[in-house]
Design a binder for this molecule. Structure first.
Ligand SMILES: [Zn+2]
Length: 204
């Protein structure tokens, strides 16, 4: 039997969150109501300049998707986290986060809510600037790529209660944005809360 959970929180719709996941501990993100994308970055807590690298993660695994068994690698090649449980599969890590500029370019709108602004606000609380924002993982979001290279966000398919669990391979700062996007189907046009939990091990 594992030790008691160290932290559990509900991240409201459209809100950011961050937390330090100690080496060996497990972060579980649960899509409580379904059809909710969660934009995610992680950093070596001891040296946040070494952060999640989508390209290293894609190249080492030879796959553009993130799912069970995927190791999240840093720029340095260090393993930051490993996906140890996943009820969704084929999470995206090529499309990046929504932002005012890409909302304007894609949809002709200016919004003040975006994952980019959420990341910037949450990173500022951790003493980090917007240069710390790099291409991220989009949990519970699928971006199928066609043979001709065309790609797009699939209609949200997450069941309520879908979850992904990540074991920290070193002390990791995890930063997420509960995506506020309303101009594409990634949140089913109805952003909803998600739950985060940090436990000492998988059995907690
Ligand atoms: Zn977003």
């Amino acid at each position: 039997m594992g030790a008691a959970s160290e932290l559990e929180a509900v991240v409201p719709a459209r809100a950011p969150w961050s937390g330090v996941v100690p080496a060996g501990a497990v972060l579980t993100i649960t899509d409580l109501e379904g059809q909710q994308a969660v934009d995610f970055l992680c950093y070596d807590a001891a040296d946040p300049s070494d952060r999640y690298s989508a390209t290293n993660t894609i190249k080492v695994q030879g796959n553009i998707h993130v799912g069970l068994g995927t190791v999240l690698f840093a720029d340095s090649g260090a393993a930051l986290m490993t996906v140890i449980a996943d009820s969704f599969g084929l999470h995206d890590t090529i499309y990046g986060c929504c932002s005012n500029p890409n909302n304007r370019l894609r949809y002709g709108v200016m919004t003040t809510e975006s994952c980019y602004s959420n990341f910037a606000a949450e990173l500022a609380r951790r003493g980090l600037g917007r240069e710390a924002i790099v291409p991220n993982i989009n949990w519970f979001m699928r971006v199928p790529v066609n043979p001709d290279g065309s790609a797009g966000i699939a209609e949200g398919a997450t069941e309520p209660g879908s979850a992904v669990s990540l074991r920290a391979e070193r002390d990791v700062l995890a930063v997420l944005s509960n995506c506020p996007q309303m101009h594409n189907p990634c949140n089913g046009y109805a952003p909803s809360p998600v739950r985060v939990r940090i436990a000492r091990d998988q059995t907690d």
